[in-house]
Design a protein around this ligand. Structure first.
Ligand code: F2R
Ligand code: MG
Ligand code: MG
Length: 293
């Protein structure tokens, strides 16, 4: 179990760093080695794990402050457009509870920023009732992403991590029962069709998307995990789809690492991962907390 926890958080960092050179790419080329630092995906995942560990559960106020302080310490991590503006508003006195993303986007943000960081919630609630997991995801998302489609994307990703930690054989069936929003349900239907064939990458991108929106990237990351048969293959495949490659890589890595465990991550990747020891330590502390519950 501890290997699955470590695999998931290291998986986020590995997919993120592997995908960085391909972020924004329209071609379908491959990257096989990590040569970059991790970005906002991993930085925010670390913030969420730190807050869960320090508060022994989800405390939105603590989490909002941790996200803001971590951003202020490392603003150069390649954050999306919305979160830095929200953190500036907070620093200038705006209340984090006010769903500040609604000041930036109509109805709030449906970017994938709350799904890319959500793995620690999936780990922490891996054996809790699904409604508890869903509520914790909602609280963690709304600080920066209150749009229902962002919350649903983050919930789907967190649940996928929880199913993977459990080594759930009926993974896709359970995901199908869990999903609430139509756009994600239709992507899961497409995913099932694609898994029956050997689709080209262009077709996968056309059907599932590879964009910055939660609904155009969370299903793609989960598909990449389901389509491949090892951690390494899944991550190389996920980032080869281009588009929001670091984030699709990070979200695929969270699930693949939880499924295949830390040992499945190639050492040539682990050895090159920035802050590997700290990320592993956080995963270990999260595991200790959960195993004492
Ligand atoms: N920002 C990036 N990559 C850009 C390149 C970075 C560069 N390499 C550098 O070094 O600086 N990556 C990161 O951002 C993504 C996560 O973004 P997040 O946190 O969701 O941001 P935001 O601003 O909330 O939403 C992203 C875009 O989604 C569209 N959008 C959201 N809600 C919308 C709405 N209601 N209506 C219309 N559009 C909406 C907008 O285009 C937002 O800009 C990850 O890829 C991460 O890696
Ligand atoms: Mg990023
Ligand atoms: Mg990205």
């Amino acid at each position: 179990m501890i290997s699955r926890f470590k695999g998931s958080l290291l998986g986020v960092a590995a997919g993120d760093a592997l995908g960085v050179p391909r972020e924004g790419a329209v071609s379908l080329g491959e990257v096989r080695d990590i040569s970059s630092r991790y970005t906002d995906d991993t930085a925010m995942t670390i913030g969420l794990a730190e807050s869960l560990v320090e508060c022994r559960g989800l405390d939105e106020e603590h989490l909002a402050m941790r996200f803001m302080c971590n951003y202020e310490r490392e603003p150069w991590r390649g954050y999306g457009g919305g979160p830095p503006r929200i953190f500036h508003l907070m620093r200038n006195g705006a209340a984090w509870e006010e769903e500040l993303d609604k000041r930036l986007y109509p109805g709030g943000s449906f970017g994938n920023g709350s799904a890319m960081r959500v793995a620690p919630v999936g780990l922490f609630y891996y054996c809790a009732p699904v409604e508890e997991l869903r509520e914790a995801v909602r609280l963690s998302s709304c600080i920066t992403h209150s749009h229902p489609l962002a919350v649903e994307g983050a919930a789907l990703e967190a649940y996928a991590v929880a199913l993977a930690v459990n080594g759930e054989e009926k993974f896709l069936e359970k995901l199908e029962k869990f999903v609430g929003e139509d756009i994600f349900r239709s992507k899961i239907d497409k995913m099932k069709e694609l898994l029956k064939s050997r689709p080209g990458k262009q077709e996968v991108v056309r059907e599932l998307g590879h964009g910055i929106e939660a609904f155009n990237s969370v299903p793609t990351a989960i598909f990449s995990f389901l389509y491949c048969s090892s951690f390494e293959e899944a991550l190389i495949y996920a980032v080869s789809l281009g588009g929001d490659a670091d984030t699709i890589g990070a979200m695929c890595g969270a699930v693949a690492g939880a499924w295949w465990g830390e040992e499945s991550i190639p050492s040539r990747w682990k050895d090159n991962l920035e802050n590997r020891g700290y990320i592993e330590d956080l995963a270990g502390r999260l595991y200790q907390l959960v195993s004492r519950k």
